[in-house]
Ligand binder design. Structure first.
Ligand code: K1U
Ligand code: ZN
Length: 167
């Protein structure tokens, strides 16, 4: 088990489009396990491989209070989107910034699990928001890109200053 380093916006690597996972190997299962450990430690409710500088299409999520309902989605594909929800989002790659984003309220996703089996998942509310947020990461998109240019520029300046001060 290992804690992985999470990339912080505006790191350009966060805009990499992740490649499909060709086969679910022990290496992939180990990465999923390390990502889950990193997500729980942060703490967060989701994490995409992009955020830990692994550019493959895999995400983990757990929205349960007890942190006992881990989902690992490999090569996730949204089959259906319905309705609209406005939810306050945060991001482990954009520490300290929270803002409202409009997304689909209900989604159906097809993905591969850690046993290499394809499955469908229906998600509503927070889980739907979280999965859409994580799939955006796999497509190189960070949630701040839904905000105004002015907000994006302020966030970029704030986080760049913070990372310089941390050096
Ligand atoms: O992708 C990420 O950076 C993780 C992100 C997921 C997310 C949160 C909220 C809406 C959409 C997507 C987070 O987990 S931010 C931290 C967070 O939301 C949280 C942390 C501790 C307890 C509960 C929530
Ligand atoms: Zn995020």
């Amino acid at each position: 088990m290992a804690l992985l380093k999470i990339l912080h916006y505006p790191d350009p690597r966060l805009h990499t489009v992740a490649k499909p996972v060709e086969a679910v190997t022990d290496k992939i299962r180990q990465l999923a396990s390390d990502m889950a450990e990193t997500m729980y430690a942060a703490p967060g409710i989701g994490l995409a491989a992009t955020q830990v500088d692994r550019h493959i299409r895999m995400l983990v999520a757990d929205i349960s209070e007890e942190k006992n309902n881990l989902l690992a989605l490999i090569n996730p594909r949204i089959l259906m989107k319905e309705g609209e929800i406005v939810h306050e989002e945060g991001c482990l790659s954009v520490p300290g910034i929270y803002d409202k984003v409009t997304r689909a309220e209900h989604i159906r996703v097809q993905a591969t699990n850690l046993a290499g089996e394809t499955f469908d998942l229906e998600a509503n509310g927070l889980l739907a928001v979280c999965i859409q947020h994580e799939i955006d990461h796999l497509n190189g998109k960070v949630f701040v890109e839904y905000l105004s240019r002015l907000k994006q520029s302020r966030i970029k300046n704030k986080l760049t200053k913070q990372s310089r001060e941390a050096m």
